[in-house]
Structure formats: structure tokens, C-alpha cells
Design a protein around this ligand. Structure first.
Ligand SMILES: Nc1nc2c(ncn2[C@@H]2O[C@H](COP(=O)(O)OP(=O)(O)OP(=O)(O)O)[C@@H](O)[C@H]2O)c(=O)[nH]1
Ligand SMILES: [K+]
Ligand SMILES: [Mg+2]
Length: 366
């Protein structure tokens, strides 16, 4: 019997079996078996699958949020609640076998929410489809690490290890180090702050370990050895992460309060729809989107079709959001709103003026 047939047989047996106290144990065994076979479906079959690349899902909308978590924590249930997409949700592990995108629409933005298969310990090392899942997490603007509030808090640490292993740094900023490799001239190290966790000898040893013999290193923050290595490797991804504790309907108020107070954390219940509106607001804040309205001369601002940009976006980004041809023909822009020096009046600005959320912008071309 192939794996698919075995799965089918178990599913049929589960459907046949009446749920009661006497069958509880047997059903539990069937569930465990089902999970085992479904996990096998996730094992990489050839060289191409399970490798270092993520799932082949087009990025769409203004930002991407990935759902990462152990099996059966409620990732698919959340997707079903927050988007118009349906992803199968069930009480056995490895229900979801591939990446399933949905869209959250909020404040004029379209945020792609990506449901992913559950991962297990060792995922980053290539076990199951885990590697593909954690690689997909690299492409996200925000990771939602979903945790089952009824289970051990160990889940969080185990998942962090898996993400760390593929070079994802959660809720951290890139170390403030300028590193330039050169063709000759040896190693020059400068620091603008006192270094307490690493000294010149350690830095030189590490550089030599990476066969770097000519470079300039300017350190502007009290970094650790690991952070220096991240700079040298250069491909680290710094991604914001929100820890979401699901199933709070099944735990005590006291326990819930403890989770809710942790940093970067939120508590929800998908099943009872608790705190889901607040979750959307939080997602929006963490992605750091700003929404800008455009206005043609002599017209009211167009409130129906805002342009969504990243925090820190400039008038140039606004132009690119409208049409590529605007930048080379740009003369000046008028901006109303929080970023205008003369608010409530407009300010005349150039391409590198940073816009703020809810600004109104008029572009003037040559
Ligand atoms: N009590 C409770 N159960 C929930 C909640 N959300 C989801 N569940 C249940 O948890 C089980 C797993 O839900 P799924 O959405 O399939 O979980 P998943 O993380 O997508 O699982 P995989 O795809 O197998 O990794 C289902 O039986 C859900 O009904 C919740 O808020 N409270
Ligand atoms: K499940
Ligand atoms: Mg799922």
C-alpha cells in the first residue's frame, strides 16, 4: 500500500469509528498514524524539493506575512478567519501540505497572508518540507510565529532555532557595522564605541577564519562575535516577528495574562474569534505601511485609491507607485499632512522628502 492509500484507509476508519470514551485511545492512535503518514508526504522526494528555496507562490499585494508554527496550532484556521481563502483545517497534524496565500484588506492595503505546513524540530536541516517552509519565511515582511497556548512554551525556542539556522534574525536590526573588502592593504579596524564583548584579536581571528586579509571594518555599536559573523556572511535577513498564542479559550485567565505580557506577543482564539481585529491592527503597525493619497491640481484628493508604501518612503517612491515616467520628468511636489512643515498648509518638496501616513501629494512634472 502506498502512503496515500494508507492515509485514505485511516481516514475511513476514523470516520467509521464512533467518538466515545471507549474509542478515545484508538482514535488517538489513528490520529498519530495519520500524522506520521502525512509527514511522509512532506519528505523531499527528489533533489529539487526540500532544498534551500521556498514555495513557488507569487508575492502579491503590499506586503507578505508568513504563518510559522508546529502542526495543528491553528494556522489554517487563522487564514480562514482573516481572509476569503479557505485552507483545510483539521484536528490531525500536517493537514496543510503546501503554501496557501490569502489576502487581508485593511486601510486600503492588501496584505498577503501565507498559510504554511507545520514544521517540526530539525526542519531547517532538511527534515520534511520544513526547509522549504523556513526558506519561505525569509521572503516575508513579518513572521507570525503561531504557538499553541495549551502546549509547552518550549515550542517558541525550538522554532527560533530553526529560523536562526537559515539566517533569519527575529526582531533585531542589522548590526551597525560598515564592512568593506579590499584588494590589498591589510585589515583596518575602527570602533566609535567601546567594545565590551569582542576585542581586536578576536575580530582578526574571525576575519582570518573567513580568509579575509584585506578590509576596513568600522564598528558603531557594541557587537557580539555572532553579530560580527552575521555582518561578514552578509545574507542575514532581519525580519520582525509577532508571537501569537492561539487557543486561549482553552487556558486559564492567569496563563493568558502571562502570555499577553510577553514582548512582541499577542493572545488570540481563532475558534472564538477573540482579539482578531486587534491582530490586524498589530500586523499593519509591524509591517510599517504608510498610505498616501494623490491629488490632481484643482481636484479633491482621490480617497478611493491610496498608494501603500513602506515607512520611510519618499516622494520618489510615490512617483514610482503612480508611474515610472514621473521620476525623470519630476519638477516638484506639494504635500499636505503630517510630513508638511507648514501643516495644515502644503509644503513644496523634492524627490527625497519622506512622506507620512495619510499625506496628500500632488506631483508636478516638467
Ligand atoms: N480550542 C481551540 N482550538 C482551535 C483554535 N484554533 C484552531 N483550533 C483547532 O486546532 C486544530 C488544528 O487547526 P489547524 O488550523 O488545522 O492547524 P494548522 O496549524 O493549520 O495545522 P497543520 O496544517 O496540520 O500544521 C483544529 O482542530 C482546530 O479546530 C482555537 O482558537 N481554540
Ligand atoms: K491540523
Ligand atoms: Mg494548516
Amino acid at each position: 500500500m502506498g502512503v496515500l492509500e494508507k492515509i485514505k484507509a485511516i481516514e475511513e476508519e476514523m470516520a467509521r469509528t464512533q467518538k466515545n470514551k471507549a474509542t478515545e485511545y484508538h482514535l488517538g492512535l489513528l490520529k498519530a498514524k495519520l500524522a506520521k503518514y502525512r509527514a511522509q508526504l512532506l519528505e523531499p522526494t527528489g533533489k529539487s524539493s526540500g532544498g534551500g528555496t521556498g514555495f513557488d507562490v507569487q508575492k502579491a499585494g503590499d506586503a507578505r506575512v508568513c504563518l510559522i508554527g508546529f502542526p495543528s496550532v491553528g494556522k489554517s484556521t487563522l487564514l480562514n478567519k482573516m481572509t476569503n481563502t479557505q485552507s483545510e483545517a483539521a484536528s490531525y497534524e500536517f493537514t496543510t501540505l503546501t503554501a496557501i496565500p490569502g489576502v487581508i484588506e485593511y486601510k486600503g492595503a492588501r496584505i498577503q497572508l501565507l498559510d504554511l505546513p507545520g514544521i517540526v524540530e530539525g526542519a531547517s536541516g532538511g527534515r520534511g518540507r520544513g526547509r522549504q517552509v523556513v526558506s519561505t519565511a525569509k521572503t516575508s515582511d513579518l513572521i507570525i510565529m503561531m504557538l499553541d497556548a495549551t502546549k509547552s512554551t518550549e515550542q517558541r525556542r525550538l522554532l527560533e532555532i530553526e529560523l536562526d539556522a537559515v539566517g533569519i534574525r527575529l526582531n533585531k536590526t542589522r548590526p551597525d557595522v560598515v564592512f568593506k573588502q579590499k584588494a590589498a592593504g591589510g585589515v583596518t579596524i575602527n570602533a566609535t564605541v567601546k567594545l565590551t564583548k569582542i576585542d581586536e584579536k578576536a575580530i582578526k581571528t574571525i576575519l582570518a577564519g573567513y580568509k579575509i586579509h584585506n578590509c576596513d571594518v568600522m564598528i558603531r555599536e557594541d557587537i557580539t562575535i555572532d553579530e560580527l559573523i552575521d555582518v561578514l556572511i552578509g545574507t542575514r535577513k532581519y525580519v520582525p516577528c509577532l508571537y501569537v498564542f492561539n487557543k486561549i479559550d482553552a487556558i486559564s485567565l492567569e496563563q493568558m495574562d502571562k502570555y499577553a505580557r510577553q514582548d512582541h506577543s499577542m493572545v488570540i482564539s481563532c475558534e472564538m474569534g477573540l482579539n482578531l481585529d486587534q491582530l490586524v491592527v498589530k500586523i499593519w503597525d509591524l509591517i510599517g505601511l504608510v498610505k498616501v493619497y494623490t491629488k490632481k491640481r484643482g481636484h479633491q484628493p482621490d480617497l478611493s485609491d491610496p498608494i501603500c508604501l513602506r515607512k520611510g518612503a519618499t516622494i520618489e517612491d510615490v512617483c514610482l507607485g503612480i508611474h515610472r515616467s514621473l521620476v525623470p520628468n519630476f519638477k516638484y511636489a506639494l504635500v499636505w499632512g503630517k510630513s508638511s512643515k507648514f501643516s495644515p498648509h502644503a509644503q513644496k518638496v523634492g524627490l527625497n522628502h519622506a512622506v507620512a501616513d495619510e499625506d496628500v501629494v500632488s506631483i508636478f512634472t516638467k
